[in-house]
Design a protein around this ligand. Structure first.
Ligand SMILES: [Zn+2]
Ligand SMILES: [Zn+2]
Length: 346
């Protein structure tokens, strides 16, 4: 269950959350904490409407996050019981986790893209088959035997951070969610998750970018059993798409608002191109398993300090690069235990 980015820089620990802010008339940004995670908080956005507020993302399911969300809505002048809709950008616990609880308190609908909705059951309810598939994936990609069970189970604590429940509304690319007074449009941006949605608001030239585009860190794009055949290829195509939108400002789900979307898209694309070069250089040096290549990549901290879920995400990210190069016809996988990667024409 890949959750979130492996941050290249560690955000400063112990800083207070940013304030609740009105970022446009009737549109509020509400930080909700995600403890024990370097991202520190998710930014929930609340849209005022004559019917009551609509929120984008909800935070994860802990009492601390819940109380902060309720207090943040109150600062903005809203009651949680009046929330009409929860537009969730993607399936990860820091976004979807509290959505069913908001619905319970308010009767709001909860929306998600169908490609993420169909993953809920095996990710958060009956995880047996998924755990078997993750175990097999780690073996195939060269994880040492003694690390496999720990890495496979690293995501299990996350399950309690997602309140049980399915979405009421499925939003597809181009759909306009029913948020009175706002011209919101769903933009399907698969990559970070198969059903990731951004929300575009053309009247204010705003993009609510979820985890698809963040201002400082690179979203984690992992290959894993629920990621689809080529998540990084999908992500790069999704970057091209949002890079075309006319925006004055981007409202991401983590970190802070920023203005230059095309510039940030170009940086993220360059980061992945550099990663492709690193992978090819490693293979040329005879390091040809995903595990070995992950250990050679430049991360924000030494490989030995990347443990548990972060390590699994790093391996998934490495495989995502190898898969994308396979789809481009550059590499091929000699499938085995572990698989070895080699130039496609050798
Ligand atoms: Zn995420
Ligand atoms: Zn997130």
């Amino acid at each position: 269950m890949p959750i979130d980015p492996l941050p290249p820089e560690r955000p400063e620990a112990g800083e207070p959350l940013p304030p609740v802010e009105e970022v446009r008339p009737g549109l509020w940004s509400i930080p909700v904490p995600i403890p024990d995670n370097p991202l520190r908080y998710v930014l929930v956005y609340a849209f005022e409407s004559p019917r009551g507020p609509y929120i984008v993302d909800a935070g994860w399911n802990t009492d601390d996050a819940w109380h902060t969300l309720v207090a943040g809505l109150a600062t903005a002048g809203f009651e949680v019981a009046d929330v009409q809709g929860v537009l969730v950008t993607h399936i990860h616990p820091d976004h979807y986790g509290l959505a069913p609880r908001v619905r319970e308190e308010s009767g709001a609908w909860v929306s998600l893209h169908p490609a993420d909705a169909e993953l809920l059951e095996h990710r958060y309810e009956d995880t047996t088959a998924l755990m078997v598939a993750v175990d097999a994936m780690l073996r195939r990609h060269g994880a040492p035997a003694e690390e496999i069970s720990g890495l496979t189970e690293a995501s299990l604590p996350m399950i309690s951070r997602v309140a049980p429940g399915r979405p009421d509304v499925l939003l597809e690319d181009g759909d306009k969610p029913d948020v009175p007074g706002w011209d919101l449009q769903a933009v399907w941006t698969p990559g970070h998750s198969p059903g990731h949605l951004c929300f575009y608001e053309p009247a204010n030239r705003l993009l609510l970018s979820g985890d698809h585009v963040l201002p400082r860190i690179t979203p984690n794009i992992s290959y894993h059993p629920q990621a689809g055949p080529d998540p990084l290829g999908a992500f790069l195509a999704s970057l091209d798409r949002v890079g075309q939108l006319l925006t004055d400002e981007v409202l991401p789900a983590h970190e802070h608002r920023f203005r230059d979307l095309p510039g940030r898209v170009a940086q993220l694309q360059a980061h992945h191109e550099a990663r492709f070069s690193e992978a090819l250089a490693a293979i040329a040096d005879g390091i040809d398993t995903a595990w070995g290549i992950a250990g050679r990549f430049t991360w924000s901290r030494p490989w030995e300090q990347i443990t548990g879920f972060m390590r699994r995400a790093a391996v998934g990210e490495t495989v995502a690069h190898l898969r994308a190069l396979e789809v481009r016809g550059v590499l091929r996988e000699r499938v085995g235990q572990p698989s070895h990667w080699e130039p496609a024409e050798s």
